[in-house]
Design a protein around this ligand. Sequence first.
Ligand SMILES: N[C@@H](CCC(=O)N[C@@H](CS)C(=O)NCC(=O)O)C(=O)O
Length: 217
Amino acid sequence: MANEVTLLDFWPSPFGMRARIALSLKGIEYEYKEENLLEKSPLLLKMNPVHKKIPVLIHNGKSICESLIMVQYIDEVWNDKSPLLPKDPYARAVARFWADFVDKKVYVSGKRIRITKGEEQEAAKKEFIESLKLLENELGDMPYFGGEILGYLDVVLVPFYSWFYTYETYGKFKAECPKLVAWAKRCMENESVSKSLPEQERVYGFDLKLKKVYGIE
Ligand SMILES: N[C@@H](CCC(=O)N[C@@H](CS)C(=O)NCC(=O)O)C(=O)O
């Protein structure tokens, strides 16, 4: 079967970064289409009519939406190289549990750090740091969440590393998570990760502009 793959994406998106890393780890050639989220393309609206969000993976004309599902799809379709999800059903369930946690806690509290102030921002910072500590504990002494090799949860979490500087600058704090920082740097040694993640300062510059567009002080 021919494999025509397109990714609708937007460079600072941590969700898009997940797809980029997974496709690169699997060695898949694809067309990258950068979306303007202030003026979404007809293709994006057609391919993700429910949420109208990036990333969208288009594989032989069919769309796959939601980055956690997308990375699992990529792993299942291109299963001959760089396995991401563990084979054992329990270990798979655990990896999916933490991936869901990343979206519900790390992403949500990180966003609240960016867009709130005062008490609300303090609460968000607390939740963000607590979430990182829980993840650090889950990592334990393993090099990756996937064990000896980079796996599903690594792909899901590492994009937020490119947003750390933004969170810490807005929140005026330094997350003391040495093991997690060492893990992120280890992930960045992998070319599929480093080429998929933008520089932290570039993300911060983008977010400053975004806040102006939305009138957030
Ligand atoms: N849960 C989704 C989140 C995707 C998402 O929030 N995408 C943002 C960019 S980071 C977007 O397209 N925003 C445009 C909008 O909400 O109109 C996923 O994992 O793919």
